[in-house]
Ligand binder design. Structure first.
Ligand SMILES: [Zn+2]
Ligand SMILES: [Zn+2]
Length: 277
């Protein structure tokens, strides 16, 4: 994810830029306790940074080994360098899309992944709110993608160079015009589309899995649309403030917490929200 120090500077710069934009533009999704939210998500950023730093050594070593041995489908065809590069970005994104769907299906992986979904106040810092062990899951997705399709390290570097700005933007609290969805949104994931994936209602949580190309969701039938102002973020079972802390979230994959289904959610008394999220 963050392969070198320059990439880290860019990532932090993007985070500061989008976080500031959220404040300056008076986003429609302002919420209380924002400094506390920033504090906890910053701890996640640190944990994810360390996990990525460690796992990326194995990731780079493995992919380099596959490349040196000519392993993967693209080694069977003779195509121009730039085509392989563009295909590489698309195929890394498709592999991550597949793994993301798998994390929603396998109980232990979902326990790790629900850390990302449990954020009740999604903003630009939410992309980094993932359990550090989940770095292994999605890092493995990159390794498997490289082994199957024959993707190289250059394609992976370009993939992350595109992915990180996309992923931070997708979580920002900026209300973007519907026109963005109806044009760019045929191919790319827009912020409005990724927000649907963060809805409490599981019908919508199990949709819009893609990171860069929404095309995968459209092709594989997992695309759904819901206006952002109708979305309630997070997971009902993590609504309490004490369950939103870094420490609780780090422990949460090892705690048995029952998922509140869409039906149960509908039956729970809908009290008026004190803040618009
Ligand atoms: Zn998810
Ligand atoms: Zn997300």
């Amino acid at each position: 994810m963050l392969l070198d120090i320059n990439g880290n500077y860019i990532t932090i710069g993007l985070l500061i830029f989008f976080y500031t934009m959220e404040q300056v533009l008076s986003t429609p999704f302002k919420f209380n306790k924002r400094p506390l939210h920033l504090f906890h998500n910053s701890l996640f950023f640190g944990a994810v940074f360390i996990a990525t730093y460690i796992f990326s050594m194995f990731q780079v070593y493995s992919i380099d080994w596959f490349n040196r041995h000519g392993i993967g489908l693209l080694y069977l065809v003779n195509i121009p360098f730039w085509v392989k590069l563009v295909l590489g970005v698309a195929l890394f994104d498709m592999t991550t899309y597949c793994f993301h769907r798998i994390t929603h299906k396998i109980p232990f992986l979902l326990r790790l992944h629900r850390v990302h979904h449990s954020d009740t106040t999604v903003d630009s810092t939410t992309y980094f709110r993932i359990h550090p062990l989940e770095v292994i899951v999605f890092g493995t997705a990159n390794i498997i993608g490289a082994a199957i399709f024959g993707l190289d390290l250059m394609a992976m570097a370009l993939y992350f160079f595109i992915l990180i700005p996309f992923a931070i933007l997708e979580h920002t609290n900026l209300l973007l015009p519907r026109l963005v969805d109806t044009t760019l949104g045929w191919i790319f994931v827009t912020p409005n589309m990724h927000k649907v994936h963060h809805a409490q209602d599981q019908h919508y949580t199990d949709s819009n899995f893609a990171d860069i190309f929404i095309l995968w969701d459209r092709l594989f039938g997992t695309y759904k649309y819901l206006p952002v102002n109708k979305i309630k973020f997070g997971l009902k079972e993590f609504d309490e403030d004490k369950k939103q802390t870094f420490l609780y979230q780090m422990k949460s994959p090892f705690i048995n917490i029952k998922r509140i289904t869409a039906n149960e959610l509908a039956n729970i008394e809908q009290k008026p929200e004190s803040v618009i999220r």
